[in-house]
Design a protein around this ligand. Structure first.
Ligand code: UDP
Ligand code: MG
Length: 322
């Protein structure tokens, strides 16, 4: 088994790749590590793939995977995790914002200190305020929900024991919450290391303003899923049952009042059941209750059925045996 696999998702990063790969191999060679660099080309429309081809010719440790289109950073990481053969797996961004000089220390934290996973912390960030302020909010909320004491969940630079990456699945856009996914699978020994963060040297960021909207929705689903992952029925079923019971009791009460008025007190002016607002509220509650219940049930079936379905279409590879 080789010491290290470096997994790098990339989308239109042709200018950065040569410098990044040279830097990584310099660090690896000076420490005597055996390694591979897995460059996952996530549907780039520039010359990234040609650049990867050239780089792999001069250094056989550099390998490439090419998707047929852009699937997103999570898909690229997931594919890298499946292919990685190293004892320790490092992920880093392709844009030179993460420094390969951090690799040896991260490696030691996994192999010597025995952590399952080490997450980088860009303590001093070179990003605009519009990015750093929302990110603080996300981190605080995720910390609270997950109980994992990290400052920077979304840092691209992370190190994993190979058993972690072989057992987790990074689905959807969940690359922001990998520590949470790791914890679900029982990998709770998660540490943090302050890492150097650099300015983006070439190209532009691949995540626009929608990162906050999607980040927020993902936060909701990660909250929901971590609470009710095993059984959506516990959530929907509870709400549905409460709503249904409320509707049922209200209707029964209305009918009882009506009967009382007609048969016991014999008052001719009793209000019709359908004349009362409560009746409609009760009706809606019953319907919503049944709907929620059904949603829970369907959710449950989906969870049971959720096989490893997300396969990405890989159209080319370099240096990887299929
Ligand atoms: N990336 C990717 N697929 C995408 C978007 C981004 O593989 O759909 C890669 C990108 O090339 C980079 C890393 O993910 O290597 C982080 O992206 P970026 O630097 O744009 O994010 P930021 O640093 O602005 O958070
Ligand atoms: Mg970046």
């Amino acid at each position: 088994m080789i010491n290290l696999s470096v997994v790098i998702p990339l989308y239109n990063e042709e200018e950065s790749l040569p410098e990044l790969c040279n830097w990584i191999s310099r660090v690896m060679d000076s420490h005597g590590f055996s390694y591979e660099v897995l460059l996952i080309n996530d549907g780039s429309t520039d010359n990234s793939w040609q650049v990867i081809g050239k780089l792999s010719k001069t250094n056989s440790n550099i390998k490439g995977v090419k998707f047929n289109r852009n699937y997103g950073k999570s898909a690229a990481l997931d594919t890298g995790f499946k292919l990685a053969t190293g004892q320790v797996v490092i992920t880093m961004d392709a844009d030179l914002q993460d420094s390969p000089d951090e690799i040896p220390a991260l490696y030691r934290m996994i192999t010597e200190d025995g952590h399952d996973m080490v997450s980088g912390w860009k303590k001093k960030r070179h990003d605009p305020l519009s990015k750093t302020i929302p990110s603080r909010f996300f981190n605080a909320t995720t910390r609270m929900i997950s109980g994992i004491k990290l400052h920077d969940f979304n840092c691209g630079l992370k190190a994993y024991d190979s058993k972690v990456v072989k057992n987790i699945k990074v689905y959807g856009e969940m690359h922001r919450y990998i520590p949470v996914i790791a914890k679900w699978h029982g990998f709770t020994n998660i540490a943090e290391k302050v890492v150097e963060h650099r300015k983006r040297k070439f190209g532009i960021t691949k995540f626009g303003i929608e990162r906050f909207v999607f980040g927020f929705l993902d936060l909701l689903s990660i909250t929901f899923v971590s609470k009710f992952k095993k059984s959506p029925m516990h959530f929907f079923g509870l709400l549905g049952t409460l709503s249904f019971v409320f509707g049922f009791l209200s209707t029964a009460w209305l009918i009882w009042k009506k009967m009382q008025a007609v048969y016991i007190f014999k008052t001719p002016i009793a209000r019709e059941v359908v004349d009362q607002p409560l009746f409609f509220l009760a009706l809606v509650a019953i319907i919503v209750g049944v709907q929620l219940f059904l949603a829970g049930f369907l959710g449950e079936l989906l969870v049971i059925n959720k096989a490893e379905k997300d396969e990405y279409l890989v159209i080319d590879t370099i240096g990887i045996e299929k």
